[in-house]
Write a protein that binds this ligand. Structure first.
Ligand code: G3H
Length: 534
């Protein structure tokens, strides 16, 4: 395998990255200058430089310390001011205007952010553009859902001699941490609903995809009152520990590995105060049934297992195939895979790209060796070949239940294929698994699919029929059972997750009614209000 390693001047000018030495971080509405230690950012893309091949240095960002973390927390607390701050008290229409202004500023940074997505995490141009545009769409949908939610709570309810207004109110201080595979989109899928509901936020970028958020710092600064959004850069153990140990965080919004989520959550001394919105590990199976149409299923299974090199939490990470179908499945799957190009993210039709995590290809190679020792074979030409940060996908068959690959989430370009005799075998896999995000079933018989679906809906959070697993459309509930998630994300679910229902109630007597009429007429309350957002 010969992976393309260009010299810098061979890269089209539009895709050549500028070096960014980020010196600023946003706390309390100020873009503060950092003069301390820095963390350097190296691209997963290898470049030829003066006859040497090397990982391209993209720049660096501040490695803040505990003092800055506590400053961010204090700014967040002041802005929330126990629910009496400008932001939580602001009219929803005004909050919406601030978010819309931010979105307008963010759109101006589109090209820069897409380029950085390609260079920092190796995502293809097409998928990087999709990540950006989907995020803008998500913000706009969130605004619409916020309006809709407020409209439906703008009336009073009367029950058993009591009348009340029930509306959603913020929790307080939210710590947002996104994953490296969607460093923009999944960070914003929690950050935007959190602030939309009136919370104030400390946000720490994912381990990769940090510099791409730098252009947005001044957009945050311009669009929101001070302290509403505060950024933390640096080692998690240094900056996250003091924030959590303070016991002042009300919501932890974290998308990433469950082990990390547990370490962070356990630092909070008041566990009942802490709400958690977690998107965690998954090992979504594809189950092919004996009557499935391979020609229709294979494009879905291929894209489900290998888009963005398998680095999606929703990726199909284990494929169960009836023994009798295995050889034709392998032949067709491998043929379809051979049509996928590998290369640099901006190159036309490239689907397979280098991996950002350092040491990942070695870790994946160990997983492959273990599966081979337990009886599997690499079925495809170049399968598992590594060039620096790139690994060509390895299709492994037959993968044994004794191998690590059968149980562990690979989050990379390995496709484990398991033959089965009885449908109970893949169903038991799902039942026994510690993960419970989604599953895909491929087949035709309505009786079989109906019966299996009824079992699977109680094991996972989404059953996809003749389609790959995925999060979208973003209006659908996105969650998981067991160790795969806590809480539900979707445009409207996220708004619910970052708020609680608060009730204002009074006895249904003339005196109370008169008081409420007067509050409504004089508009002396934001909460007690029948204002209908148009
Ligand atoms: O990495 C996990 C993502 O939530 C998957 O989202 O299905 O849209 O790629 P996706």
């Amino acid at each position: 395998m010969k992976f393309p390693i260009p010299a810098f001047h061979e890269i089209p000018v539009a895709f050549q990255p500028e070096i960014i030495h980020q010196t600023k971080y946003l706390i309390d509405g100020e873009l503060r200058e950092w003069k301390g230690d820095r963390i350097s950012v190296t691209s997963p893309l290898i470049i030829q430089d003066q006859g040497e091949e090397k990982a391209w240095e993209l720049g660096s960002y501040p490695s803040l310390g505990a003092n800055e973390a506590l400053d961010a927390l204090a700014a967040c607390e002041r802005a929330y001011d126990k629910g009496t701050g400008i932001w939580p008290q602001m009219k929803i229409e005004e909050r919406i205007k601030a978010i819309q202004y931010f979105t307008q500023l963010m759109v101006g940074k589109r090209d820069q952010i897409i380029k950085l997505l390609m260079w920092e995490i190796g995502k293809t141009l097409k998928d990087s553009a999709k990540e950006f545009d989907r995020t803008i769409e998500y913000i706009n949908d969130t605004i619409n859902a916020l309006k809709e939610g407020d409209r439906s709570s703008s009336r009073f309810v009367f029950e058993k001699g009591i009348f009340a207004q029930i509306k959603r109110a913020p929790y307080g201080i939210v710590l947002c941490m996104g994953p490296f595979n969607y460093p923009l989109n999944e960070t914003f899928c929690t950050l935007i609903p959190a602030i939309a509901m009136g919370n104030t936020v400390i946000f720490k970028p994912a381990k990769f995809g940090v510099l791409l958020l730098e252009p947005l710092l001044e957009c945050f600064q311009k669009a929101f009152p001070k302290g509403v959004i505060n950024t933390l850069y640096g080692e998690g153990s240094t900056v996250i520990s003091p924030v959590m140990e303070s016991g002042k965080v009300d919501v932890l919004a974290f998308i990433g590995a469950s082990t990390t989520a547990n370490i962070i959550a356990k630092k909070h001394p008041r566990i009942n105060r802490l709400r958690a919105i977690l998107g965690l590990n998954a090992k979504n199976p594809a189950i092919l049934l004996p009557d499935c149409d391979l020609d229709q299923s294979i494009p879905e299974v291929l894209s489900g297992s290998l888009s963005y090199n398998g680095q999606r939490c929703t990726a199909l990470k284990i494929i169960f195939v009836p023994e009798a179908l295995a050889s034709s499945f392998l032949e067709k799957y491998i043929h379809a895979l051979s049509q996928w190009k590998f290369g640099l993210p901006w190159q036309e039709q490239v689907m397979l790209t280098p991996l950002p995590e350092s040491g990942k290809t070695a870790w994946l190679s160990d997983l492959i060796s273990d599966a081979i020792q337990k009886g599997a074979k690499i079925q495809n030409p170049m399968g598992g070949e590594v060039y620096e940060t790139f690994m060509y996908p390895a299709v492994l068959y037959p993968v044994s239940p004794n191998s690590k690959l059968y149980h562990e989430e690979q989050f990379g370009p390995i496709v484990p294929i398991v033959p089965y005799k009885e449908i109970s075998e893949p169903l038991n896999y799902v039942k026994e698994s510690n993960f419970g995000q989604q599953v895909s079933i491929f087949g035709k018989d309505p009786k079989v699919i109906g019966r299996i679906t009824d079992q699977l809906v109680n094991q996972v959070a989404r059953v996809n029929i003749n389609a790959q697993c995925q999060r979208g459309p973003d209006t659908f509930p996105f969650t998981g059972r067991k160790d795969s998630a806590d809480g539900t994300l979707s445009v409207s679910d996220a708004l619910r997750a970052f708020s609680m229902r608060s009730v204002v109630a009074a006895k249904e007597d003339e005196e109370s009614k008169e008081l409420f009429r007067s509050i409504l007429e004089t508009k002396s309350s934001q909460f007690i209000s029948t204002n209908f957002i148009l």
